[in-house]
Design a protein. Structure first.
Length: 63
């Protein structure tokens, strides 16, 4: 089950990369929407770091 969580946390990085692509694509067209996507990039990276830290705590606890 821990392997599933390990792969799932990397999904947040994929989502962040997608939103970053959208920021670059929309920067000159819709700047306000780009700021929203920047916010989503920050949240996705934060969630990756949070989930990784939480998973590692659970792994250490189960040892």
């Amino acid at each position: 089950m821990m392997k599933f969580f390990k792969y799932f946390e990397y999904a947040y990085l994929v989502i962040a990369a997608f939103f970053l692509f959208e920021v670059i694509r929309l920067w000159n067209v819709e700047r306000n929407r780009s700021y929203l996507f920047i916010f989503f990039v920050i949240i996705a990276i934060f969630m990756f770091l949070f989930k990784r830290r939480f998973r590692r705590k659970l792994e250490d606890k189960n040892r």
